[in-house]
Design a binder for this molecule. Structure first.
Ligand code: HEC
Length: 106
């Protein structure tokens, strides 16, 4: 009985680990750029995108240093885009951050 229990726990752990890695692998600067140009980001009902006000990421070159990056991104999502807050640990937010960080490197 104990062995079966242990095996189940190990299996569940392995699935969680693999699942987590698959999700992390999906975050990318490329996806972030797509979302930056996506009018439906955060469930936005209007046709504004991040790119409407920050064309090509212009003016955000120093934003990667912002310690409250997730917060300011969400301010723009819930403000002008009229969307819902995006979770800081989600693939979407991680990708947006990666895109903004890639602007600093250019
Ligand atoms: C209606 C225009 C508008 C839209 C649309 C918009 N923003 Fe902004 N954003 C601003 C303004 C205005 C500021 C504050 C002034 C500034 O720093 O440029 C700002 C600030 C920011 C900052 C902080 C800049 C810094 O240097 O710290 C980030 C990051 C940012 N926006 C990202 C985004 C993202 C991501 C989106 C899409 C979800 C978006 N913005 C959509 C107008 C907009």
């Amino acid at each position: 009985m104990k062995k079966i229990y242990l095996l189940t726990v190990l299996l569940a752990g392995a699935i969680l680990l693999i699942g987590g890695q698959a999700m992390a692998a999906k975050s990318s600067a490329e996806l972030g750029k797509e979302l930056f140009n996506d009018p439906t980001l955060g469930g936005s009902p209007n046709d504004k995108t991040c790119n409407s006000c920050h064309p090509g990421g212009e003016g955000l070159e120093k934003a990667a240093d912002n310690k409250k990056l997730v917060k300011v991104i969400n301010q723009c999502v819930t403000g002008p885009l009229e969307g819902n807050k995006i979770d800081g640990r989600s693939v979407e937010m991680r990708s947006l951050k990666m895109y903004i960080q890639s602007l600093a490197a250019e």
